[in-house]
Design a protein around this ligand. Structure first.
Ligand SMILES: [Zn+2]
Length: 182
């Protein structure tokens, strides 16, 4: 059975981005738990979490956990800040032409299509030397779901039905990328 590791960004003493009454660590955990539940209830897959509560977990610990269980895919969930708007995804530099990039194409498109339905901008498929995509031995992706410090983005993320639909889009994207059986 394929193993997917869901990695909610930040946690515990590290809130990540904080703006408009939202904390990145809370949103990433809420969405991560939803994605795990949806994956396991709809597909034949073993979905694991790097954290299941509001705790601090080191970046290397997250990656080594995925490596130790022989995960097939690592999906890190984040929210952006710093004065932009929209959605972007990241893989390790130089892996766009590998299986990692092929999975990014599929998952990114599914999530970007969901956001486009709300007029939210696709910032594109990118590369960055983030620890969790560098230190994982399997294909890995880091998703940045909108900007907490942009009021329009934040207002969507405050809407529970939007969060559930976003989790559905992430779940569909992972299932398509890995050709999971239902
Ligand atoms: Zn983050």
């Amino acid at each position: 059975m394929p193993i997917v590791v869901i990695d909610p960004g930040h946690g515990g003493t590290d809130p990540g981005a904080v703006a408009n009454g939202l904390q990145e660590k809370d949103l990433s955990l809420e969405i991560g738990l939803l994605v795990r539940e949806k994956l396991e209830s709809q597909y034949i897959v073993d979905a694991r979490m790097t954290r299941e509560s509001d705790t601090a977990v080191g970046l290397s610990t997250r990656a080594s956990y995925a490596n130790s269980i022989g995960a097939d895919y690592f999906v890190s969930l984040h929210h952006n800040a710093g004065g932009g708007t929209g959605f972007e995804s990241y893989v390790y530099p130089g892996t766009r032409n590998t299986e990692t990039g092929r999975l990014q194409d599929v998952l990114h498109r599914e999530i970007a299509d969901f956001f486009a339905g709300f007029g939210l901008f696709d910032r594109g498929k990118k590369e960055s030397n983030f620890a969790v995509v560098r230190e994982t031995a399997m294909p890995a992706i880091l998703l940045e779901h909108l900007f907490l410090d942009r009021t329009t983005d934040a207002n969507f993320l405050k809407d529970e039905s939007f969060i559930i639909s976003l989790a559905d889009a992430i779940t569909r994207g992972i299932a398509q990328a890995l050709s999971l059986q239902s």
